[in-house]
Design a protein around this ligand. Sequence first.
Ligand code: ATP
Ligand code: MG
Length: 376
Amino acid sequence: MDYRVLLMESDRLMLERLSQVINDTPNFSLAARFQNVSDALGQGAVFNPNLILLDIEQPDGMGLIDQFKRAYPGAAILCMGEKWQAENASQSVKAGAKGYIIKPFTGMELQETVETFSRLGGDAGAETLVFFSPKGKSGKTTLIANLAMSLARKTREPVGIIDADLQFGDMAVFFNLAPQTTIVEAVRDVRFLSPASLRSYFMPVAPNVSVLCGTPTPNMMDKIAIDRLENLIAMSRSLFRYVLIDVPSGFNPTSIAAAEASSTTFMVTMINGAYEIDHTKRALDVFRDWKDVEERLKVIFTRVEPCDSRSKMELAQKLGYPVTEIIPNEYTIVSDAADKGKMATDIRPDSPLSRQVDRLADHIIGRRHRIRWAAV
Ligand SMILES: Nc1ncnc2c1ncn2[C@@H]1O[C@H](COP(=O)(O)OP(=O)(O)OP(=O)(O)O)[C@@H](O)[C@H]1O
Ligand SMILES: [Mg+2]
């Protein structure tokens, strides 16, 4: 698609600089440029722009979005600011803009930003799905990796995985990756990044699935500041339709911050002996402070035998809380896949494990479309 850009920028030098970038970017041409809002609103229409780059760092910047939307109903609006502020970015999208870009930008950043919003459609902002486990070895990393593939396959929309299991993240091992950049660099650089430049920290692993790998060594974990991690999560939301976050097991600053930032938190527990239900129950109590706990906190048990509706019902009864999904005991498939550097759902798409993961994906997709979750 060719973009005819109307550029509205109040700073003269910046206006010059951005005009140049736009004209030098393939498929983009500068149709008109203005330093003054009323000129842009009054005179720009004759140039028939289909993309408006709008400086919102001026008095009532957010209010301008609505005015430009009315003046140019056929054009997409991309807001510009000098630094990334999650608050500004989400407010501008709520007000009707397609996205937010940091200026000055390069031609590549402009292209990537536009490409991201056209892929995500008008409904920007991802579902943030956090996978929490009361204790370790819950099967959550396995679940996240397979679920990400399933979500991408079903929706053909971009899915991002963030490995924030800061001490023992093993998503890289799972996908057989030797990452150049990890969450450590992403968090270090986040203040200077825009969503488009953050994208290069994620490694593509399958069509529409990318991973931000975890810390290479456990002692790097103190390099991650929580407020920056929150910022990273917020920024990732504008890159993907679904962001799946693997957090360290138990309650710690990282898992709590990620859960607070989530649209849905999945509490994942592997059935191993007799104590898991009790652990899950106690962990659930911590989340009961959330007003919308039943909406936002979903329980999953893995390694459930037999994996049928009766087991699911019994687990829910023992727990006193709905169980959203159960994942069967499939150690052979899971470890065979891991040996091959593949996903269980890829090598055995017909297995009960794949079926349950796909069902969970359907729940998540359906929820997005406001279909109610099946009650247990
Ligand atoms: N559905 C399953 N059935 C049987 N075994 C499984 C299943 N899912 C995962 N496993 C096995 O259980 C172990 C732990 O799985 P995984 O690493 O996914 O859990 P985790 O909660 O991320 O663990 P950690 O606390 O180490 O991060 C692995 O050996 C994995 O192969
Ligand atoms: Mg793990």
